[in-house]
Design a protein around this ligand. Sequence first.
Ligand code: FE
Ligand code: ZN
Length: 510
Amino acid sequence: MSTTAKKLSLKDKYQLLTRDLDWETTYQPMDAVFPYDRYEGIKIRDWDGWADPFRLTMDAYWKYQSEKERKLYAILDAFSQNNGQMNISDARYVNAVKLWIQGISPLEYDAHRGFAMVGRAFRGAGARVACQMQSVDELRHIQTQLHAFSQYNKYFNGLRQFVHIKDRAWYLSIPKSFFEDAMSAGPFEFVTSISFAFEYVLTNLLFMPFVSGAAYNGDMATTTFGFSAQSDESRHMTLGLEVVKFMLEQHEDNVPIVQRWLDKWFWRGYRLLGLVGTMMDYMLPRKVMSWGEAWEIYWEENGIALFNDLARYGIRLPRHHEVAGKEKNRLTHELWSTLYNFGNALSLHTWIPTDEELDWLSSKYGEIFDRIYRPRFLYWREREQAGERWYMNRLPLVCQTCQIPVFYTEPDDPLTQCVRETRWNGMKYTFCSDGCKEIFEHEPHKYCQAYIPPQQIYQGNCGGATNIFEYAAWLNLDYKVDTSEYNGSPDQQNWVRWHASKIGSTDEAA
Ligand code: FE
Ligand code: ZN
């Protein structure tokens, strides 16, 4: 009697991949093979309770991804052959790209490494496979970003040294410390921080405004990689929600541990997003929406609804979320002012918004903007026009936890600087907020080790630099080429020249 091999369904294939390839070890106890998935205190009764909503097999994965790659690279080729860099709204826009390649792209690579490590650490095969695929996705994300941005690197300053400055620049230690905090935690905390708090709760605030901002500003390279990454993102977000629900369902003892992680990573994620908000309000010549509006839609509506859903597990809203609400009309003005003041040591340019842009900010932020921030910007503009562009000419004191300069103001008082301190083991540590202080105080042994660039300079550990100019040189930044004021910079002058000569430009860009 002849038989034909039965064709397996995708579901069967996934079952074989994630369960049939797994086994209980005998030469070594399982605890020795998986030493990391218990010490955080998370209790898992049954790893088979893990349900991956996508049930993606490796062959399906490679097929989908390669289709996306073909489309992406066809568009990137067209972008570069048509001098796509000439079609952006304004050369100031490229500074958003600089911030992305310096601050965010390296996090994609960290995510690649982090998920590879976490995939190894879980004893449940379903979770391991999901992490493995995300690890491969993240490697693809940094590759596609570098390819998309490389066209800008040919025409604009400030992008070329992004690898060199990743571990050295004071402002890049903000995203770097965020991710390395997660990577040096246990596997469950890593997945909670990155997959849930970052990808699920906050990614809308990161990805949507950036990609639609790119589209609004004529940046087809970024728009295309953004869409190409979007289907991966939805898988990652689902993994994040899945892992949190799985932990909460497996054992009631997990609830307080997960709650503390949600508190911590909400606050860290929110602090990091200040950079994205500032990009939206200040660095996009054509605006999409304001940070305040994005916060209302993505957090105050969607984020809070999500936490209401989790209430049935005993989860409450993250600590200090109301502080974020109080800061939403001030955050980006305070951060842009800081970047403007310390612009001598940035690998990007800063500027005072045009009158039209100031009016847009007034329309979005109302009375508080006109009372506090507009006069400040007008004063600085006056100084600049008088040939005395204002810089601090030193580096700021930064928060020991989030590493953002200590310049935000009190939640209930926009004119008083918010500074918190704690003493631990004979040392004084400074923080930007109660949220960051609490994170430190829970794990002082961890955060006391943070590499704080401004302190390293004063200790002589930054190429012997003794001032901000020597420090910027140690970052391989050309003074007033890569750094400082936009007006009068080579980027600005080139942009005017290219458009005056109309070479390679289109009517759109004029
Ligand atoms: Fe990614
Ligand atoms: Zn902080």
